[in-house]
Structure formats: C-alpha cells, structure tokens
Design a protein around this ligand. Structure first.
Ligand SMILES: Cc1cc2nc3c(=O)[nH]c(=O)nc-3n(C[C@H](O)[C@H](O)[C@H](O)COP(=O)(O)OP(=O)(O)OC[C@H]3O[C@@H](n4cnc5c(N)ncnc54)[C@H](O)[C@@H]3O)c2cc1C
Length: 481
C-alpha cells in the first residue's frame, strides 16, 4: 500500500485527506503531520464568553461556486438569513471621520460611489495596466477629484484621506503590505463568487472541519482522527532517493521522529515556504519552484480585538473608520495604519481593528499593555464627545506573522510575481524525482489560480491534489516506486 504524508492540517490538508479516502484509499495509508497543537491552520475559532471569535478566517466569501458555502449551507451551519455586514468598513452604520470632523452620510455616499465606480472600470482597464494596483487607484482617483468642480480644497483633502483609508482596506482584502506592491493586472486573477461576500458561521469557521471529515455515505466521521498527528513540525523532506534501495521519501520532524512515504503533499503556507524552502527540501527544489515561492506575494494582516467592561456605544453604531489628513509625518507610527474600530457580531463588549504590513509586524513585537494603551488613546480621540468612552480592559491580537508555521497571512499577486512571471500554477506543479516519478505535491491557498487567499480556494487545492495523488497511486500501483 502506497503511503501518503500530508504536511499540515489546515483547510487544504484536511480536504486532501478526506478526498483521498473518498477516492478509495485506506485511512491507514494517510498520515497528516501538523506542527501546531490544533488543527485548522489559518482557520482558528476561539471561544469568548461562550461565543465563537475568529482569529483567522471569518467570512465565507460568496455563495455561488463556493465549495465551502455549499458544504456549510447544507449542514445548516451558516447565518444566511440575516445581514452580516458587521466588522466591515463598508457597512452603512459605520462612521468615517477625522479626530475633529466626522463626514456626513452624503459625503460618505459620494466617496463610496466614486471608489466603487473606479473598481468597476478597473475590471476592464487594469488588464492592460503594467503598474501596481496602488498606482492605478492613486492616478485615477486624483483625476476624478480634480474633475469634481463642486469640490472645495477641504473636500479634496477629505477625498485623499478617504483614498488612504481605502488603501489600508485594500491591503486587508488583498493581503499585501502596500498596494504599490500589488500587481494591477495580476489583481484581476482573483475571482469573486457571486452572492453575499460576508457570510458568517453560526458556531464559528472551525465547524468546517467536522463537515469536511464526514463521510458522504453514512454521515459518520471518516476514520481520520488517529491519522492526524499534532505537534509534529516537519523540518526536512528527503524526497529524491531514486539511487537508494529504499526509494521512499523520508520526512523528519523537529522531535526526531521519521516517517516514510511514496508521496508527500506539502500544504505549508507560502510564508513558511519562503523562509524554510532551503532547509526543508533535500535535495533543493527545482529552480522554477523556488522562483514561484520567491516571486508570489505574501503579506501580513492582523486583527486587534479590544475588550471593554461594557459597550459605551449604541447598538446602531457599526464602528469608526479612521481618516487622516495627508502630511509629512502621516505614516511614522504603526497606529496611523489602523483601519478603524468596528463592532463584532455576537460580542457586544468587543471592537475589532485591522492592521496590515510592516505596522502589523511591529504591533506583533510589542507588549500587550503598550498596544492596548495606544489603541485606547487613538480611539478616545476619534470618539471625542460622541460617546461616553471608557478604557478597554483586555486585548486579543492575532499574530499571524509571528506564528512560525504561517509567517504572514495570505498570498497575493505582487509586482515581483509579474516581473518574474511566476504564478500559482508554478507553485501547484508536482515535483518529479530523478527516476521521473512525481513525489512532491503542493496544495494550499497560494496554489489556487483564482481563489487564492481564501478557505474555499484552499479546500479546492486539497481536493485537486488528492485527485492527482489518487490517480498516481492507481496508475503506478505496479511501478517500483
Ligand atoms: C486574519 C485572516 C483573515 C482571513 N479571513 C478570511 C475570510 O474571511 N475568508 C476566507 O475565505 N479566508 C480568509 N483568510 C484566509 C484563509 O484563512 C486561508 O486562505 C486558509 O485558511 C488557508 O488554508 P491552507 O490549508 O492553505 O493553509 P493553513 O491554514 O496555513 O494550513 C497549513 C497548515 O500546515 C501547518 N504546517 C506548516 N508548516 C508545517 C510543517 N513544517 N510541519 C507540519 N505542519 C506544518 C500549519 O501549522 C497549518 O496548520 C484569512 C486569513 C487570515 C490570516
């Protein structure tokens, strides 16, 4: 029986494991090695005061053509009946403002319309755009502002402040540190699924794994639980043993344990591969694969949850998006990169802020009391006399960059990807040993051509590679692998 090792028990790894069983392989031929003490990877639901809180993935993005939506919907695990636009800067009940001036509804509406119109036009225009996403929006938005005869100088500087807010929002969506690093035409590779882009789970995103690991025939859990090994950080994969008598791949973990297999499926994040590819793969990966790992983009997006004794805001308030006047020192401190603070569904005492890029990495390195104080100070200034603000009493920070098995948040198409002409397909290609047999397989969100950076993308890549491996297992059943 051919042995398959799956590295990583995130969405893609677990999707692959279950699909292999559905493809007729025995569970005993599958070993899932997970470095952390939990399954889920970048899907990480914790419980706060009895309710699920998402440290990583939060929304099911779209309803049509989304495999996660399909599975979760039929398992009745989604909140599809209520409007779930919480925690989103685009929600209607969110205030936009400077410390000393709040925009009225009409101003917000006008700016939103301008940006949405530009988003629509960009879908056609950017395919022929050789520069970055940021350069596109900066140039086109400024043209739009100049053309608005009714705009005063004050309106123009407000519009630029709104553009800067939209820039951070775009980094949150995109996963890039700065939109000048995002490739304009590459950005169009991403495909949206139609329907509500912000569907939430009733009991948290981690419910996905129970659904994934259920048998389609009898609704029982697949016999995988004793095939998933936690706290098994893989440090080395000796994958080309064609010249040796035992041709199997040798996988060595940090704790010294060794596992042998004919095939290995790697689902580690692109961030992990960027930092570890040289020590992880023996021999080295082929040049095209190393170039893909180097050239595809992988940034940092973090969540900062502030906990309060009790809410000082009213139930109809959705949060505040921070606007800042452009000045020389605008971007010196990490707090200038906070998107804003927004309410969180099911958590009446919590507000969430998003932060990206270098600022997010800096926050991850700071003591919690310092982050809490800075967030509290800035929020108090923006709230002003609008509400009777009280100090936060606690903080939860996601720390996706410091996690040694993620080293960032999600992948994007960078200017470097374009210059090097490397794309998800290059990362997804299996690697063949010197005998011509495919040995290493790659899944994970970054290997998806158009659903990268999402959970549904990750699941599809797990299924894709499971089908590919199953084909080889059957096709090469008699080969001397
Ligand atoms: C803050 C944040 C918000 C997000 N929001 C959304 C959202 O709303 N909707 C959405 O669809 N997507 C969202 N995403 C993206 C989504 O979470 C990911 O695309 C998806 O979960 C990735 O799954 P994966 O299997 O590719 O990788 P991972 O989930 O990273 O799984 C890889 C697994 O491999 C393990 N591993 C790595 N290296 C080793 C090793 N050497 N040895 C053993 N194990 C190893 C890791 O510990 C991990 O468990 C978000 C992500 C973040 C960080």
């Amino acid at each position: 029986m051919k042995q398959i090792i799956i590295i990583g028990a995130g969405a893609s790894g677990l999707a692959a494991a279950t699909r292999l069983i559905q493809n007729g392989l025995s569970a005993t031929s599958i070993t899932v090695l997970e470095a952390q003490n939990r399954i889920g990877g970048r899907v990480h639901t914790i419980t706060n005061e009895g309710n699920p809180l998402e440290i990583g993935a939060q929304w099911v993005h779209g309803q049509q053509g989304n495999v996660v939506f399909e599975m979760a919907e039929s398992a009745c695990e989604l909140n599809t009946d209520i409007q779930t636009l919480e925690s989103s800067g685009f929600a209607e009940n969110v205030v936009f403002g400077f410390e000393d001036y709040k925009l009225n509804k009409e101003q917000i509406h006008q700016l939103m319309q301008m940006i949405h119109a530009l988003e629509e036009v960009s879908k056609n225009e950017m395919s022929g755009w050789n520069k970055s996403l940021g350069e596109y929006f900066e140039e086109k938005f400024k043209e739009l502002i100049l053309r608005k005869d009714s705009f005063s100088e004050f309106d123009r500087s407000t519009a630029l402040a709104f553009l800067d807010w939209y820039h951070i929002m775009e980094n949150v969506i995109d996963g890039s540190d700065n939109w000048k690093e995002t490739c304009g035409s590459g950005h169009l590779h991403y495909k949206e699924c139609l329907g509500d882009p912000l569907v939430t789970w009733k009991r948290g995103y981690s419910s996905l794994f129970k659904i994934l690991m259920k048998s389609q025939d009898d609704d029982k859990q697949l016999p995988l639980s004793d095939r998933i090994f936690l706290n098994k950080a893989v440090k080395r994969i000796d994958w080309d043993n064609e010249a040796k008598s035992d041709k199997r791949i040798q996988v060595t973990c940090e704790d010294g344990s060794i596992y042998l297999a004919e095939f290995v499926l790697v689902t580690s994040s692109l961030g992990f591969l960027k930092s570890n590819m040289h020590s992880l793969f023996i021999p080295s990966l082929p040049p095209y694969k190393k170039r893909a790992i180097q050239g595809l983009g992988f940034g940092t997006v973090d969540k900062i949850f502030l906990k309060f004794e009790k809410p000082w805001w009213t139930p109809d308030w959705g949060g505040i998006s921070f606007l800042r006047r452009r000045s020389k020192d605008t971007d010196t401190h990490w707090s200038h990169h906070l998107l804003g603070f927004y309410t969180v569904r099911l958590h009446p005492n919590i507000l969430i802020a998003w932060i990206t890029g270098k600022a997010a990495r800096e926050v991850e390195s700071l003591p919690e009391n310092e982050i809490l104080k800075v967030c509290s100070d800035i929020l108090r200034k923006y709230i002003g006399a609008d509400f009777p603000f009280t100090e936060p009493v606690g903080l939860i920070l996601s720390r996706w960059h410091s996690n040694p098995f993620t080293l960032g948040s999600y992948s994007y198409r960078s200017m470097e990807s374009k210059e090097m002409n490397v794309w998800a397909t290059d990362l997804a290609q299996p690697v063949y040993d010197s005998g011509g047999f495919p040995r290493l397989f790659f899944a994970g969100e970054a290997t998806h051509d158009y659903f990268y950076s999402t959970v549904h993308g990750a699941v599809e890549t797990g299924w894709r590679e499971a089908d590919r491996i199953a084909k080889y297992c059957i096709g090469f059943r008699n080969a001397n692998l």
